[in-house]
Design a protein around this ligand. Structure first.
Ligand code: VGL
Length: 201
């Protein structure tokens, strides 16, 4: 690939997986696929970012404080840890979202690295012009990260076989996919990604 690319793995945390407090149906099933992408990106020398939803106990994001969701991904809890089978590289850059009481934290692009730098800035500082986005959930954090990435001027590719949605309303994930592609996102699968990287040498 000629472009300088990075992988963004969105919110692959226990609470969004089976037995979590806000489980995304079949959320776990994308872990091996994401691991396939991670391997490719590492081998190609590209950066890997992993976002994590990282809420305080009290936040406007939770239903009991006026928000939409059950309590999930509270800072420092088991539910906020990454799925144990996700093979994040040692040098993966962790991006924190939703860690303030008035912040829903849907967009990974607005998340911050350990030094407090916005992900959008961290990407620019590394000369990244295209991001590949997969993880959970298609109709919330993946969608917002993709749309925000496009707005910030990045080219964005959705990992079509490494996302799953919440579907609070039936069809939400499908509508999210339509919106992302309409706004300019590309979609790829692991098989095509392998071919692309091979072709680029
Ligand atoms: C998410 C619902 C609530 C997500 C986060 O990571 O997509 N979804 N909070």
């Amino acid at each position: 690939m000629r472009e300088n690319s990075a992988l963004i793995v969105v919110d692959m945390q226990n609470d969004f997986c089976a037995n979590g407090s806000l489980p995304v149906k079949d959320g776990d099933t994308i872990v091996p696929v994401l691991n396939g992408y991670i391997e490719l990106f590492k081998a190609a020398g590209f950066l890997v970012f992993a976002t994590r939803d990282w809420h305080p106990e009290k936040t406007i994001h939770f239903a009991k404080y006026g928000g939409k969701w059950p309590v999930h991904c509270v800072q420092g809890t088991k539910g906020a840890e990454f799925h144990k089978d996700l093979n994040l590289p040692k040098d993966a850059r962790i991006i924190t979202t939703g860690d303030l009481p008035d912040d829903e934290g849907y967009s990974g692009i607005q998340g911050r690295d350990p030094s407090g730098r916005l992900l959008s800035q961290a990407l620019k500082d590394s000369g990244i012009d295209r991001v590949y986005v997969g993880g959970l959930a298609t109709d919330y954090c993946v969608k917002e990260t993709v749309l925000d990435g496009l707005r910030a001027g990045f080219k964005v590719t959705v990992l079509g076989d490494a996302i799953k949605g919440v579907d609070v309303k039936k069809g939400d994930s499908e509508r999210a996919m339509k919106e992302m592609t309409k706004k300019g996102a590309d979609v790829i699968t692991l098989k095509d990604m392998k071919a692309l990287i091979k072709k680029a040498g």
